[in-house]
Design a protein around this ligand. Structure first.
Ligand code: ATP
Ligand code: MG
Length: 444
């Protein structure tokens, strides 16, 4: 979004005698040399004054004094300077009162988020020491950290998020308060927890974010299923790196900076079924038979609990469920390989497999095979249009039923293998090989 819409709004408010400033995240980002993804304006004008001044407005948070102003096609939040009253439910203030710029700075969460910028005078207004903390790369609560995290528990997670995405340290007292208040995070809605967690995980610095979640105790609160991976010992010959938690974290370190969210979540969740399926036989051999299916059910439970959208669920579950199938690659027929490689989640699955190997025994043979096959199969669609369809079977007197799909699949398998190369061959094969069972005949 361009700055010009925000500047226009500030100019108009100022021409009517109101104070108006850029506020919060956009000021922080500009000082850091990051292009702000949106501009927020704080003003001395009351909500009704903002509404009467601009032709297109939406009262998005009228009870908090927030009006959305639509200007040059952009939606810009214009909020009246406010202070928050007592907090109600660990998340929302009971009431607000309108105040001045300094009061408005003090109700914000972290010093780095408490800055204002006057675009007309090109001047930063700093009531909370935010500029110094930006210079020192520090996340520090404004005021008493214990109080600020008690008021609004979302700030616990935001502290870790900003530390991760900006590569900042967390000030000592603020960190102690984060750690103390982690069990209270459940006052925050699942959606808001998910949003912050996603920002941490998609950050190129996600490993540090993961460590901060773990060290603060927040991981145990929001992803308790991962706690069981700690101390879950694995066979040394395949997993010299250590227990399942160590293995999972190591995989996280190996992902590309811009890895997609579905892959990141699949990495975190792919072995969650190991603790519950772990067996040791009389020779001392450790097994996790069927763990991928259990991992899949646990993943679904987590993703639903955190209200992830279906598209994310559909990216994560197949990668988790199918991650063990990669060990069978050397035995796979061409048709099986092609069907595997045609799955919509294949690229993520392949990358999950790569880091799974690298973070354990280190053998990438199957990965190399698949990469070579990808080149070999690149000239034609993996799943070409079928030689014959259900219509052909119906024309031959078949009734739709289970045998129907099996037969079409048998022909497709031969097409993928290259043993049937045309529709004529497929029809001839059907006549030779398919004895049409009596109950499939249309007797009319
Ligand atoms: P980004 O938009 O990059 O995620 P941001 O700092 O702009 O970061 P927003 O959630 O857009 O974050 O909030 C805008 C500003 O509102 C923040 O910079 C901060 O000053 C204030 N703020 C947001 N959430 C809280 C909160 N939970 N408690 C106190 N102040 C908050
Ligand atoms: Mg913002």
């Amino acid at each position: 979004m361009s700055e010009s819409a925000a500047r226009t709004i500030v100019e108009q408010l100022r021409s009517r005698g109101f104070e108006a400033l850029y506020a919060g995240g956009c000021v922080r980002d500009r000082i850091l040399g990051i292009v702000p993804h949106d501009y927020d304006i704080a003003t001395s004008a009351r909500p009704e004054q903002v509404e009467s001044l601009f032709p297109r407005t939406i009262p998005v948070g009228a009870q908090f004094g927030v009006i959305l102003v639509i200007e040059q096609g952009s939606e810009i939040q214009v909020a009246t300077f406010r202070g928050d009253g007592a907090y109600r439910d660990g998340r929302h203030p009971e009431s607000i009162r309108f105040t001045d710029a300094e009061g408005d700075a003090r109700r914000r969460d972290f010093t780095i988020n408490g800055l204002f910028y006057d675009p007309l005078k090109n001047e930063i207004l700093d009531y909370v020491g935010g500029r110094e903390d930006l210079r020192r790369s520090l996340v520090r609560a404004i005021g008493d950290p214990q109080e600020r995290f008690s008021e609004d528990k979302l700030r616990i997670l935001r502290a870790l998020r900003f530390a991760t995405t900006l590569a900042f340290q967390i000030d000592g007292e603020t960190w102690s308060a984060v750690c103390k208040h982690t069990p209270e995070i459940h006052a925050v809605s699942a959606e808001r927890i998910r949003e912050e967690l996603v920002k941490i995980l998609i950050s190129p610095a996600r490993v540090r974010g993961f460590d901060l979640l773990d060290e603060s105790g927040l991981l145990r609160e929001i992803l308790p299923e991962m706690e069981a991976l700690k101390g879950c010992e694995q066979p040394l010959e395949f997993h010299p790196e250590g227990d399942v938690f160590v293995h999972t974290r190591l995989m996280l370190t190996m992902l590309a900076p811009n890895a997609p969210l579905g892959l990141i979540l699949a990495v975190l969740f792919h072995d969650l079924g190991k603790p519950a399926t772990r067996t040791v036989d009389e020779t001392g051999r450790i097994r996790f038979n069927g763990h991928e299916g259990v991992s899949e059910s646990i993943s679904l439970k987590i993703l639903q609990r955190l209200r992830f959208p279906n598209e994310v669920i559909e990216a994560v579950l197949p990668a988790v469920r199918l991650h063990m199938s990669f060990k069978d690659v050397p035995k796979m027929r061409v048709s099986t390989l092609k069907r595997m490689m045609a799955r919509p989640t294949f690229e993520e699955e392949l990358e999950l497999h790569r880091v799974d190997c690298l973070a354990s025994h280190g053998m990438l043979d199957n990965h190399a095979t698949l990469v070579a096959k990808r080149v070999e199969f690149a000239g034609a669609p993996l799943i070409p249009s079928p030689f014959i369809s259900g219509h052909d079977l119906i024309a031959r007197g078949w009734k739709p039923g289970p045998r129907f799909a099996e037969t079409l699949r048998a022909i497709q398998t031969r097409q993928l293998e290259g043993t049937l190369t045309s529709r004529e061959e497929a029809l001839a094969w059907l006549s030779e090989h398919q004895i049409i069972p009596f109950d499939h005949l249309n007797k009319e």
